[in-house]
Write a protein that binds this ligand. Structure first.
Ligand code: ZN
Ligand code: ZN
Length: 416
């Protein structure tokens, strides 16, 4: 009877949630210190383990970590971050397109004094830069899109483009806007660098006397004088989850990068009002949206970014509170409203971000999966250490999807 049920899965990925023992917490990790009855219940009734997003000791960026959790050989297929930001921003990206991440920056006397132009909303500049972008040339198309605060994405479409170009963002203040350089000897890289340098000049010109900058000057606010580029990328050459496993899948994520990675795997992005990609995100709304999506999709990927932001800030208390809020408003809600006779629920992190280090590290993360097909183990709590003795043992990020899809009966036989 069980075999006939249309089995489904939810995977909840809390960005950078895993941590190391923290002195201020009596050498507990934030997950161990937090009161998490729902996560613990999931671990208790499920099968647990620890997971190396890429491989032991390798600190991954969120893009490769999420690609790995979706089952891909991330280091092999990864072709730059910009493309995920563009997909996350809702742009359509085709094979051959190149996308870069953009910041609006404040420039004084030829050097950048603020790489984020005061973090002010730069949407008022979008229209002017979109117009300017149209003038770049007959055989290349450029689409400029503002995303949040001082951030934007730029998509190039045309023949002979390459992601192998350097950043114009010097990644520090006190330096000028850099010339984009080709990173290999191909004509494509040279051509792409020329296009980006051309756009860089045109944007500076368009920003110079923009009314929004006039207003900022009058009010003594940081102006947006240049658009600086980084992280050129192209689509990873991957087959979608639907092609690989025959599942219809959706992603619920406030964070554009995570959403973009999932969209590159063919997942449908579902918008949640108030899902901000930071600590104040609308977790209840995410839970409701995920539950509704589960009616239409076989697999729903729920991503929560706030835990990683707080880890980068070194905010121990904030991280503990955020984990508790995820437990009450998201995990508990999904557990309550889902039949574990039909749905598998997986909970994990995309990597470890210790509050003591404030950067991603290569430590493994805990993972728990509950549902009708799992072999329950003896683990009773969801944490880095308790899950280490679980029945799943130690797996890699790219094992997660086959493990879930096997429970759903979606993995074909190897051999005969
Ligand atoms: Zn991450
Ligand atoms: Zn991070």
């Amino acid at each position: 009877m069980l075999g006939r049920m249309p089995l489904k899965a939810v995977i909840i990925v809390c960005d950078g949630m895993a941590d190391r023992p923290v002195r201020e917490l009596g050498y507990s990790t934030p997950l161990e210190a937090a009161d998490t009855p729902a996560m613990d219940y999931l671990a208790d009734i499920g099968v647990c383990g620890i997971m190396d997003p890429i491989s032991p000791g390798i600190p991954p960026g969120s893009d490769v970590a999420n690609l790995a959790i979706l089952g891909y050989d991330a280091l092999k297929v990864y072709r730059g971050r910009g493309v995920f930001e563009a997909l996350g921003a809702g742009l359509e990206v085709r094979p051959g397109d190149v996308a870069v991440r953009c910041n609006f920056a404040t420039v004084r006397n030829g050097v950048i004094v603020d790489r984020r132009a005061g973090r002010l909303d730069c949407r008022p500049f979008e229209e002017a830069l979109m117009e300017v972008s149209k003038r770049i040339g007959p055989d290349v198309e450029a689409v400029f899109k503002h995303t949040t605060e001082h951030r934007a994405v730029l998509l190039l479409r045309g023949y002979g483009l390459s992601r192998m170009v350097s950043d114009s963002d010097p990644h520090r203040t006190g330096a000028p806007v850099l010339k984009v350089k080709p990173l290999d000897g191909t004509p494509e890289a040279g051509r792409t660098a020329d296009i980006l340098n051309g756009l860089s000049e045109m944007y500076m010109e368009a920003l110079k006397n923009h009314p929004e900058n006039e207003r900022r000057r009058r009010q003594g606010l940081p102006t947006a004088d240049a658009v600086i580029f980084r992280g050129a990328g192209q689509l990873p050459e991957i087959r979608s989850l639907e092609e690989l496993y025959g599942v219809k899948s959706a992603v619920v994520a406030g964070n554009a990068l995570a959403r973009g990675v999932c969209v590159s795997a063919g997942m449908e992005p579902i918008h949640v009002e108030g899902a901000t990609g930071s600590a104040d995100t609308n977790l209840k709304g995410k839970a409701e949206t995920a539950l509704r999506a589960l009616e239409r999709f076989d697999l729903v990927y729920v991503h929560v970014k706030g835990t990683d932001n707080l880890s980068h800030d070194g905010n121990v208390e904030g991280k503990v509170r955020m984990i508790e809020r995820i437990d009450r408003q998201l995990v508990s809600r999904i557990l309550d409203e889902t039949s574990l006779r039909e749905v598998h629920i997986a909970l994990t992190a995309d990597h470890t971000t210790p509050v003591s280090v404030r950067k991603h590290t290569g430590d493994p993360v805990p993972i728990a999966v509950a549902g009708p097909c799992v072999r329950r183990d003896d683990v009773k709590r969801f944490s880095e250490r308790s899950c280490a003795v679980g029945g799943m043992g130690r797996i890699r990020g790219r094992d997660v999807m086959p493990i879930l899809m096997n429970y759903l009966g979606r993995v074909g036989l190897v051999g005969a």
